[in-house]
Design a protein around this ligand. Structure first.
Ligand code: GLU
Length: 476
């Protein structure tokens, strides 16, 4: 293929959730792997549904994920403008061409008359087709009536890069509206014209448009345009049930995820593998790997399920890959407020031992607060622990007292701590699940923490011992 040009053509009608932006990612990947161009076109022809600020939000979401576009509303190119509301002359030009060739007509009917046609078809158990009611002498089109396409019903067979070979009969072809009475084109008309004018080679879009494709094929013919390569991306589904993913299923905005401390590269990998794989077992991909390996024909035909737990896992994977210094810079704004006066070196040591468990940056306070302050004694941590709740307070105290005497002899290096803790297990004849859980609770007052020796090492001798002493006191 000579020069590949793909586009993302959102309507600024709201905030794109993560599922929605996956279509943009696929189109971006096809452009990048072919050294082509990726175009952002804002389809703002439905003024009633437009949401103020949605355009900026969309552009920011793409940028945050690294889906840079070569041409768009805020990026000059040779095919602009890239906002449909600024292209009305283009649609009027193509509409006139269709009128001149007898392939479009002003629709003379009132909504009530059209409804009467529908009711009649329903009564006769016939599908409603507008073309059965084409007016004999339509008025001249002056913009006060909708402009309709005069279709040429026929059978179509076409190839969809994802769905494979498709075919439909003439019954699905009908006269659809090209221009509305508010002066704006319909999506059905404008996207065909714009894709042609902008020399788009691949139309990669979501599933909701597939039923209309035969009508689009009909219009391409009437306009004598070559049709682009078509690829239909199945919907992203909620984890349970049969519904498309929505905000109610917890599908957040991309920018929300980024604010919560998800890495753009993790979001990209996760989104790419929502319904796509490379044919191997590989589960996470770098952007370069995706550019190399992505192909439209390996997108699965059925809807992919959005599983936020998998996103957490993927993000954790990417967090573990970055260097400590890099991670330290990235989490700068996520520390608990108690860390305000802590020095860089201490915070870095804390980070080095939680990096393994960190799944997104916003959970940093929860995971690290105890490194910066003494949390109050929480008796429930012991009473809800399967093993510890079987021991009496007296028994627990004896274990903690033995721990204090042992730790007093340690130099608090990780190696020495490990050694001392193992000696302690032997000397007290207890299992790690008992002794280590107990010590962990005493020094952190949280249910989970990094490895015990690492945690003791970072907290230091004085703080560790004083916290264990406090726990002993609480048990007395
Ligand atoms: N404006 C349409 C939408 O937001 C674009 C569909 C397409 O990619 O052609 O759904």
């Amino acid at each position: 293929m000579s020069n590949v040009r793909t586009r993302f053509a959102p309507s600024p009608t709201g905030f794109l959730h993560v599922g929605g932006i996956r279509t943009a990612l696929f189109a971006w990947l096809v452009a990048r792997q072919n050294d082509g161009q990726f175009v952002l076109r804002l389809e703002d022809t439905d003024k009633k549904r437009e949401v103020a600020g949605a355009d900026k939000h969309l552009m920011e979401s793409l940028k945050v994920l690294g889906l840079d576009y070569d041409e768009g509303p805020d990026k000059n190119g040779n095919f602009g403008p890239y906002r449909q509301s600024e292209r009305l002359d283009v649609y009027n030009k193509w509409a006139q061409k269709l009128i001149d060739e007898g392939r479009a007509y002003a629709d003379p009917y009132s909504p009530e008359e059209v409804q009467a046609f529908r009711d009649e078809a329903k009564k006769n158990k016939q599908p409603f087709l507008y073309r059965n009611h084409r007016p004999d002498n339509p008025p001249k089109w002056d913009g006060t009536k909708p402009l309709r396409f005069k279709s040429d019903p026929k059978t179509y067979k076409w190839h969809d890069e994802v769905m494979g070979e498709l075919s439909t009969g003439p019954e699905v072809i009908d006269d659809f509206v090209l221009m509305k009475t508010d002066g704006y084109p319909t999506y059905n008309f404008s996207h065909i014209v714009d894709d042609a004018e902008m020399e788009i080679t691949h139309v990669i879009r979501s599933q909701e448009f597939i039923a209309s494709v035969p009508n689009y094929l009909n219009l391409y013919e009437a306009l004598r345009l070559d049709r682009p390569i078509l690829a239909t991306v199945p919907s992203v589904m909620a984890l349970e049930g049969t519904k498309k993913l929505s905000k109610r299923d917890g599908a957040k905005d991309v920018l929300d995820y980024v604010r919560d401390g998800y890495l753009p590269e993790a979001l990209v990998s996760f989104l790419a593998t929502l319904g796509w794989n490379d044919g191997t077992e590989q589960e996470v991909f770098t952007i370069d790997e995706l550019i190399e390996k992505f192909s439209l024909d390996r997108i699965q035909k059925s809807g992919a399920r959005f599983d936020e737990r998998r996103l957490l896992w993927v993000n954790g994977h990417f967090i573990r890959q970055i260097t400590l210094n890099d991670l330290y810079d990235k989490v700068e704004n996520y520390w608990p407020k108690e860390a305000k006066d802590a020095d860089d070196e201490y915070k870095k040591r804390v980070l080095s031992i939680v990096q393994e468990r960190l799944k997104y940056f916003s959970e940093l306070p929860e995971l690290t607060q105890f490194f910066f302050m003494d949390l109050p004694i929480n008796p429930e941590l012991i009473s809800s622990n399967k093993k510890l709740k079987k021991l009496s307070n007296e028994e627990l105290k004896i274990l903690l007292e033995a721990t204090v005497s042992k730790l007093e002899k340690s130099d608090f290096s990780v190696n020495d701590l490990k050694e001392k803790l193992n000696e302690l297990l032997e000397e007290t004849d207890t299992k790690p699940a008992v002794l280590f859980s107990l010590v962990r609770i005493a020094i952190t007052q949280t249910p989970a923490s990094p490895g015990l020796a690492d945690t003791l090492n970072v907290l230091g001798k004085e703080k560790s011992i004083s916290r264990i002493a406090k726990q002993i006191q609480a048990l007395s």
